[in-house]
Design a binder for this molecule. Structure first.
Ligand SMILES: Nc1ncnc2c1ncn2[C@@H]1O[C@H](COP(=O)(O)OP(=O)(O)OP(=O)(O)O)[C@@H](O)[C@H]1O
Ligand SMILES: [Mg+2]
Length: 250
């Protein structure tokens, strides 16, 4: 994935090389069988800040634009941000719902979401929030942050919550916290079908990715792909911007 200043795709950036990189990812995962039938895809990484949430948002937007019904699930109780990413992108990709909901006193208000579904205190229709400007795209926020996210995600109810998402979507993308720091993503691999592992390019950091990948592959979810994120395409010699032209197949 190329490095880019404007992070979440909007109508203004859909024809850029940055968007094209996510289209390639969509194509690799899509009709050519890359997802191998996976419907619930966990987006995970070893370390923090590798680009999981950005990948969930942009891949979700482009999958929905290709006509798939997409549910984005914020399963990162440690640093939830999908709602802010989608709201901040503006230009058509605002999460709607309650008036003034996102900006109240500058703080993120508590909104029912995944934790309430797992606890059985809310239903899918109550927590699924349409993303403005993109048909077929819905997001489910974290809901109340529990004191014990890993235990909550390990709950037996989680399986039926995921099944419920799959009933409403062709593709479910789940955001998660770094698996080298928390076991949350590992718990999620027990109930999802596939793993998309995001890796930020650059000099090696302290995270042992082989160990992280091994940990993640102990559940039922198969490793579907690895996303190399924040590649400096200029340094790689691809500095000429490509605009317009034939749209990528996906
Ligand atoms: N392709 C990209 N080009 C440029 N910046 C990017 C790209 N992808 C992500 N970023 C930036 O990198 C930072 C981390 O991205 P993001 O929040 O998506 O990572 P994360 O893996 O979800 O982090 P965390 O582990 O904290 O949840 C953000 O500032 C984001 O804007
Ligand atoms: Mg994140």
């Amino acid at each position: 994935m190329a490095r880019e200043a404007s992070i979440v795709l909007t109508s203004a950036t859909l024809q850029t090389a940055f968007a094209e990189a996510y289209r390639s990812l969509r194509a690799n995962l899509g009709v050519d069988g890359g997802m191998q039938g996976a419907r619930a895809l966990l987006v995970a990484s070893g370390g923090p800040g590798e680009g999981k949430s950005t990948t969930v948002a942009n891949l979700g937007i482009l999958m929905a634009q290709a006509g798939q019904r997409v549910v984005l699930v914020d399963a990162d109780f440690r640093r939830p941000c999908l709602h802010r990413l989608l709201a901040a992108s503006g230009n058509g990709h605002r999460v709607t719902g309650v008036d003034g909901f996102w900006q109240r006193d500058g703080a993120d208000p508590v909104r029912r979401g995944l934790s309430d579904l797992i606890a059985g205190t809310a239903s899918y229709v109550e927590v699924a929030t349409p993303v403005d400007g993109t048909e077929n795209l819905v997001m489910v926020p974290t809901g109340t942050i529990p004191p014990n996210p890993a235990e909550l995600l390990a709950s037996p109810r989680m399986r039926s919550v995921i099944a419920d998402f799959c009933d409403h979507a062709d593709v479910v993308l789940l955001d998660s916290p770094p698996c080298s720091l928390y076991s949350d993503a590992q718990e999620l691999t027990r109930v999802t079908d596939g793993i998309l592992y995001v890796l930020r390019s650059g000099p090696p950091g302290p995270v042992n990715h082989v160990r992280s990948l091994k940990k993640l592959q102990q559940g039922q979810a198969r490793l579907i792909g690895i996303v190399m994120n924040q590649v400096d395409v200029r340094a790689a010699g691809y500095s000429r911007p490509y605009r317009g032209g034939a749209p990528a197949r996906g």
